[in-house]
Design a protein around this ligand. Structure first.
Ligand code: 6PG
Length: 227
């Protein structure tokens, strides 16, 4: 599928320390009592550490855009990453809604969908795969084609090769505000395709530009080098 023009242009913020900027943004969102969707991957842990400078996240509601199907204590778990870098560093409780990766994938997806029903998300944080995937929506997968469900599950299209549970494209598109954090030269090609290339199913991240909400991509100079 392709579209003649992007409906939402991606605002690019290129800096030496995008993780610090995203961390500050997450903390501001938490302070404002927003419903925040976290992600996994290599870049976001540093942002979570910055976000943990705000010690009181009690007003916020924390969700995940996707999860690897592993126990919550596994080092591959997106929840474990956020727990280690953010949640464990906070004072007091916050309202945390994790995807239970220890369940069978379809069961975890169904459970998370029930929990998500009727919830309005404020801020969607995403990484970008080197293949252009976003959340756990991989090119050519049935998960990417899902339009009815809020949450779905299936095999990974890239390492780590563990099954995934993911929000579907309609849910991602409904987010009123989307923020990408992408770092490293190995992401430069994907960044150019995702944020400046044509909208196509071959690069799932481009599909986010079909939504109405603003998208801001925080990039380091290496990730932005092919723009
Ligand atoms: C995951 C993520 C995924 C991630 C990108 C970027 O569970 O893998 O949620 O969508 O954000 O793949 O991750 P890397 O920075 O590790 O490539």
């Amino acid at each position: 599928m392709s579209s003649p023009a992007a409906m939402t242009d991606v605002q690019l913020r290129i800096s030496d320390d995008p993780a610090a900027e995203v961390g500050a943004l997450l903390a501001a969102s938490a302070l404002a009592g927003e419903t925040i969707v976290l992600t996994g991957g290599s870049a976001v842990g540093e942002a979570y550490e910055h976000a943990a400078e705000l010690k009181d996240w009690s007003a916020a509601s924390v969700w995940w855009g996707d999860e690897r199907c592993v126990p919550a204590t596994d080092e591959l778990s997106n929840y474990a990453l956020a727990k280690r870098t953010l949640l464990d560093r906070l004072d007091g409780q916050s309202d945390v809604h994790r995807i239970r990766g220890e369940l069978a994938p379809a069961e975890a997806a169904a459970e998370y969908e029930r929990e998500l029903e009727g919830v309005e998300l404020d801020l969607l944080l995403l990484g970008l795969g080197s293949d252009g995937h976003v959340a756990s929506l991989f090119a050519g997968s049935p998960q990417l084609a899902e339009r009815e469900r809020l949450v779905t599950s299936g095999p990974a299209g890239l390492e780590p090769w563990v099954d995934r549970v993911t929000l579907t494209l309609p849910v991602l598109l409904a987010a009123p505000r989307t923020v990408f954090l992408v770092a490293g030269s190995d992401k430069a090609e994907a960044v150019a395709r995702a944020f400046a290339g044509p909208i196509t199913d071959e690069v799932p991240a481009t599909l986010l530009r079909q939504g109405d909400g603003p998208i801001v991509a925080y990039l380091d100079r290496a990730a932005a080098s092919l723009l």
